[in-house]
Structure formats: structure tokens, C-alpha cells
Design a binder for this molecule. Structure first.
Ligand SMILES: [Ca+2]
Ligand SMILES: [Ca+2]
Length: 503
């Protein structure tokens, strides 16, 4: 009898192992500060992104109206990885560390939840936002993974001084031209001293290609984070050479666009930024556009290395691939060159998902959020549903792109909330300023309809999605993190974070 029981246990364990092996792997690829200027989204027809085009055409779903949960790196990533909007976590700015947030302290983050549920998790590149720690070291999010690596810089990805343009240093194409210098201004571009194979993102892609050659005894959850096209737009010259500066077309800017956005007191709510004035004054619109496009093509090349390695490996048939940008970017629209706003250019970001077996490119229009990735991946991998988190499972859309979706895409910034449906875009700021756009008739969001009485009912309905309460900002991080790549990681955080006590 004893032997019989033993055999049953062995058999059940065996079945469990087989089932565990059947679960799909997840390849989770982040691209920093990328807007919709990619082939599959068509945000800029000049963009050369052959690898994203191929990925889409050969079988993936692209979400035309996907929004970020927050319009800047740290809060956006914290929302994706924790499953909580800034209003619940208190992470509104890059200085706010999610580890000080009560909800994050109680709940497993996305990779932790996968680890807890039978996955082997590994990561390289920028996934979590970095923070200084009590020990004077840097927290890169290593605590969230079973295996953690960081791509290294060879020559610091510096620009060749001959080609450097920097608004902060007042340099244009290597020559001093200091009319507009602001310490806060970070707009800069140029070709790197490094070759492609010497860049950080290449190192991250190379790491991923090597991991994909491995055999894993558990399904894997692999995070790969590329830093470009985040500023500075320093990429090898070959990527600048992909775009003829004489033929580059910069976005057309309407300088009356901001006039119809008023504060409750009737004053103009937004003005052109210093960077915008600097670019305009020096006629650098085409240069800036090319530098951003070059940086996108660079990230696309890195992505291609990983996708090719996946295809060559034995894992492709059983791997869900998610490619996401953390938020978009303005290239002059609304008279600015930056992120952080709640306008279309920033809330929209690429989201492409490939399920094993997808045969063709499909375009979905539902306004899903990157916040939804957590519950969606949990559902797709058949893990126990994660309680408490705020996102919504959109796996139904991946199986049928016409599936009904009742949720608007919510983006929360330090200054307001954006609510996007397939028809309308409402923005409400904490100071009472409001905007409404008919995104079908006016995709560039030029005509603010907030005073239009015909939309009264719709506005009230959209406003109901604005969080009534906002969690107070989580504690500021310790010290300054000077060097993203070379600073030491703080392993003590991992020891303190008891995975099995987290929900
Ligand atoms: Ca970012
Ligand atoms: Ca306008």
C-alpha cells in the first residue's frame, strides 16, 4: 500500500512537471521613451523599423490606442510592474521609489509573481527604474528576479565631440553656441564614439541572445530593457546615416495650438518650452527629428538581434512576446520636446504582443493600458489570478481582436489624469484646467472641445474615471544615482523582500 501511495505521489509530481513545462515562456521587452514612430503604428512614415515591421507582419497584435499608466519612466514602469496606478501607489515622479509604497510592500511585482508561481525569471537592461538606497548603492530592481544581469558600457556611449549637439552645454554640431543654456535642459544628440557592438543596448541584446540558447527546466520570464531612444540621442553614425537630413520632414507645428487650453481663471495654461524655442531659434527641427528616428532604428536593430535569437532557439513556439515602450515623446508638437504630458504624443506608446501560433499582423483599437499587462500575462500563462491589482485582463482581445472592452485607458501624471476612449480624450489637471478632444475627427488633438455643450454628458462620464483620491507620494529616494550602469546594486533589498510572504 505504501508503495502504491508513493507511486501516486511520483506520478502527480511528474504530471505537475509536465504541466509546468507546457506553460508558455514570456519574453518581456521594454524600449525606453519610444513614441508611435514605428512601422506597425505608422506614427511617422519616415521611421525605419524593419524588425518591428517583421515581428508584426509575421504574427503579432499591435494596439493602436495603448496608453501608458504614467507619462514618465519611473511611474510608468512602477505601474506596469506593480499593477497599481500612481494614484494607488503614490509613485508620480522618478524620485518616488515604489518600494516605499504600502501596496507594493504587500504585493508581489509581476516578475516576482511569476517566480512565485513556477517560473524562472531573469532580466537585463532597464526594466525597473533605478533608485539610490540607504547603503549608498543603487537599486535596479534585482530583488524582483531570480537572475539579474546588467549590460555594461564600454566607452560610456558618449557622443563624438565633433558631432555633439547639446542644449544644456550650448553646443550645436560640435561648435559652442550658447544662446540657450539651462541646467535642466537635456536635449542632446550626436553619433557615438562606440561602434554598434560597443553600446549598452547591444550588450543587453547580446546577453538575451545567449540566454535564449539555454535550456530551462522551468518556463522562463525574461525581461530585456533597451535604453534608447531615451535621451541623449547618442547612437552610432550608421543610424543617423539611415536618414538623409535634406529629406527628413520634421512634425508640422501649429503655434496657435495651445491658445485654446485655459485655466479655470481664463489664463493660457501651457506655453512653448525652452527646448522648443532653442530648437526653433537654431533651425534644428530636422536634426532633432533625425536624431530621434536614428535612436529608434538603433533600438529596432537591438530588438532584431533578440527576435532572431528567439526564432533560432527552440523556444519560439512556446513563448509569448511582449514589446512595450514606457511612454511616448513630443518632437515639437504642442511646442515642446519632452515627455511627462498627458497629450496624445506621450500617452500613446507601442504595445505589440505575439502569442504562440499567431499567423498575421492584427491591429486592435481598444484603449488598453500597460497597467493591464500584469493581469493579462497572468491569465495567458494560466497562473492563479492575482488579487488586489488594478489592471484588466485583455487576453480576450488577443484571441479575438473584436472583443468588447469597456475600460478607457487611464494615464496619471503628477499634475493630472488622462482618460482615453476610442472616440474621445479627456484630460483633467489638478489645477482645474480641462481638455477634450474628438480623437477620430481630430487625431492631432488641436481643437479643445471642453466648452462645447454637446459633449456635456460625455465629459461627466469620462470624469468619473479620474481617481477621487490620490495616494500621497511615496518617500523620496536616497541620494543621487549618478551612473545608471556602473553603480553597484544593493542586494540587501532582495534579502528583505520575502517573496513568499507577498500576496
Ligand atoms: Ca521612459
Ligand atoms: Ca489647441
Amino acid at each position: 500500500m505504501k508503495n502504491y501511495k508513493f507511486l501516486v505521489v511520483v506520478f502527480l509530481v511528474f504530471i505537475e512537471v509536465i504541466n509546468a513545462q507546457k506553460k508558455p515562456n514570456v519574453l518581456f521587452v521594454a524600449i525606453d521613451d519610444i513614441n508611435d514612430w514605428i512601422g506597425p503604428l505608422g506614427g511617422n512614415p519616415q521611421a525605419v523599423t524593419p524588425n518591428m515591421d517583421k515581428f508584426y507582419k509575421e504574427g503579432a497584435m499591435v494596439f493602436k490606442n495603448a496608453v501608458c499608466a504614467a507619462p514618465i519612466c519611473g511611474p510608468s514602469r512602477s505601474a506596469i510592474l506593480s499593477g497599481f496606478l500612481p494614484s494607488a501607489s503614490g509613485v508620480y515622479g522618478n524620485a518616488h521609489d515604489m518600494l516605499y509604497s504600502e501596496v507594493v510592500q504587500r504585493n508581489a511585482t509581476l516578475p516576482e509573481y511569476f517566480s512565485k508561481n513556477g517560473y524562472h525569471t531573469l532580466s537585463n537592461g532597464k526594466i525597473f527604474h533605478k533608485h539610490g538606497t540607504k547603503n549608498g548603492k543603487t537599486d535596479f530592481g534585482s530583488w524582483a528576479y531570480d537572475e539579474f544581469a546588467r549590460g555594461r558600457r564600454y566607452n560610456n556611449d558618449k557622443a563624438n565631440s565633433k558631432y555633439l549637439t547639446s542644449s544644456k552645454a550650448g553646443i550645436i554640431s560640435g561648435k559652442k553656441s550658447p544662446e540657450f543654456i539651462s541646467k535642466k535642459s537635456k536635449l542632446s544628440w550626436g553619433s557615438t564614439v562606440d561602434t554598434f557592438e560597443e553600446t549598452v543596448d547591444y550588450a543587453v541584446a547580446d546577453w538575451a541572445t545567449k540566454q535564449l540558447e539555454r535550456e530551462f527546466d522551468k518556463p522562463f520570464f525574461m525581461s530585456v530593457g533597451f535604453i534608447k531612444p531615451h535621451l541623449p540621442w547618442f547612437v552610432p553614425q550608421e543610424f543617423f546615416d539611415m536618414y538623409d537630413i535634406n529629406k527628413v520632414i520634421a512634425p508640422e507645428i501649429d503655434e496657435t495650438d495651445l491658445l485654446d487650453i485655459k485655466t479655470p481663471k481664463g489664463k493660457q495654461a501651457f506655453y512653448a518650452t525652452g527646448e522648443y524655442k532653442w530648437v526653433k531659434k537654431h533651425g534644428l527641427e530636422k536634426e532633432a527629428t533625425r536624431a530621434y528616428l536614428a535612436s529608434i532604428s538603433f533600438a529596432d536593430r537591438c530588438l532584431g538581434l533578440v527576435m532572431d535569437a528567439l526564432e533560432k532557439s527552440g523556444h519560439a513556439k512556446n513563448t509569448i512576446v511582449v514589446i512595450w515602450g514606457d511612454h511616448g515623446w513630443h518632437l515639437g508638437e504642442k511646442e515642446r520636446y519632452l515627455k511627462s504630458t498627458l497629450w496624445s504624443e506621450v500617452i500613446h506608446t507601442p504595445l505589440l504582443v505575439r502569442l504562440p501560433g499567431m499567423k498575421k499582423g492584427q491591429l486592435a483599437t481598444q484603449p488598453v493600458s500597460l497597467l493591464d499587462l500584469y493581469p493579462t500575462l497572468v491569465s495567458l500563462c494560466d497562473l492563479p489570478a492575482k488579487k488586489n491589482i488594478e489592471g484588466h485582463d485583455f487576453s480576450g482581445i488577443l484571441k479575438n481582436k473584436k472583443s468588447k472592452w469597456k475600460h478607457p485607458g487611464i494615464t496619471i501624471s503628477a499634475t493630472g489624469t488622462s482618460v482615453l476612449t476610442e472616440e474621445l480624450h479627456y484630460i483633467g489637471y489638478l489645477n482645474g484646467t480641462q481638455e477634450l478632444y474628438d480623437v477620430k475627427a481630430d487625431p492631432l488633438e488641436k481643437k479643445n472641445l471642453i466648452e462645447d455643450k454637446r459633449y456635456k454628458q460625455e465629459i461627466e462620464q469620462l470624469k468619473s474615471y479620474v481617481p477621487v483620491t490620490r495616494k500621497k507620494a511615496s518617500k523620496e529616494h536616497y541620494g543621487k544615482v549618478k551612473n545608471y550602469v556602473d553603480a553597484d546594486q544593493d542586494e540587501t533589498i532582495k534579502q528583505h523582500r520575502k517573496l513568499y510572504e507577498l500576496q
